[in-house]
Design a protein around this ligand. Sequence first.
Ligand SMILES: [Zn+2]
Ligand SMILES: [Zn+2]
Length: 311
Amino acid sequence: MPRSQSTAAQRAREAQQQGGGKFTALLRQAAGGEPLSTFALRDLLAECSTSPLVVVDWDYHPDYDVRGPQMFDSELMGGPVPYGTVLALAGALSQSAMDAELLVESHSRLEGAVVRCEGRRFNLVLTQEMVYELCRTPRCHHHPVEEFDIPFCTAHLAERSTEELVRMARAWGYAQHETHSNDPGNATTGLEGTLLVRAAVARAAVSETLDVMVEACFQDPNLIDDVYWDADVAMAVRHGMDRERLRLEKEAKAEAARLRKAAGDSCTTCGRTLSRHWPGWNVPPQFCSTTCAPDTPPQPSEGNPWARSFR
Ligand SMILES: [Zn+2]
Ligand SMILES: [Zn+2]
C-alpha cells in the first residue's frame, strides 16, 4: 500500500466491523472533513491493473437482469470502483504526469466519488464506466460552463476576479476563432460567451471581458485587411465583430437590469434609486456609483440573486 494513502477508509471499515453502520457515513466521519484519501495517479492505475475482479451485490430485484460494470475493490478509493471508470479518469488526465496527486473529496459507496487533481475535479460514476468533469470550486456538483477554457459553473463564474474572467474570455475567444476558421465572418462565442459576459457584469468587468473575447474570436481590427486579403472576407469579419459585440452588449444590459431589479431598484449601499441611465460598466449594477460599490462585489450564495442559474 502506498505510504501517501490516508487511513480514513481503514478506520471506517474497522468501525463498521465493530459497530455496524453505513460505510459512507463512517468514512466521512473518519476523515473529519479532510480529504478521504490522497495518492498518485500511478498508484491508482497500478491498483486498477493488478486487482482481481470483485462481485458486487447491487441489491437489484432478482427479475431485474442488469449486470453492473466490472469492478475491483480499491483500497485507495475506499471501495469498489469500475475498471472502466479508472481508465476513463486516466484518459481525462492524459496531460498530467503519472505522479500527479489525486485527492478523494467525497465518496458514496457504489454511487459516485469526487476526485481532485491539479485543481481539476472529476465525478467518478461508480455504477457505470464513466467520468465527468465538475466545476473547479470545491464541493460544487455542477458542470463547468466549458471544461478547458471556462472551468467553473455559472454561479461560481461570477466569483472569479476580473483578471481570471479576461483570461477565460481570451482563451474561449481563440478557441472559437479556430473552430470557425473556415468561415471567420460567422464566428460567435455562443452561450459560453454570454455566460462569461453575464459573470463580468457582476464583476463590473464587462468592457475588458467583451473587448478581449470579441477580438480573440475574430481579429485585431487593425490587422483585418492584412490577414484577410479577400475584401469580401475582410468585410464579413468586420460585420461579424459588430454583430457579436452588439449581441453580447444586449446580454450584458439584460443581466444588469436583472441585477438592478433583484436589488429592488435602489443602491445596495446608500438606498438611492438606481438611475435608468447607464452608470457605466465599471460599476456593479446594484450600486449607484463607484463610491458606493465595494472593492469586491458580493459573492454568489444560496438565496442571493448572484447565485442564479443561467441555464
Ligand atoms: Zn460551481
Ligand atoms: Zn449609492
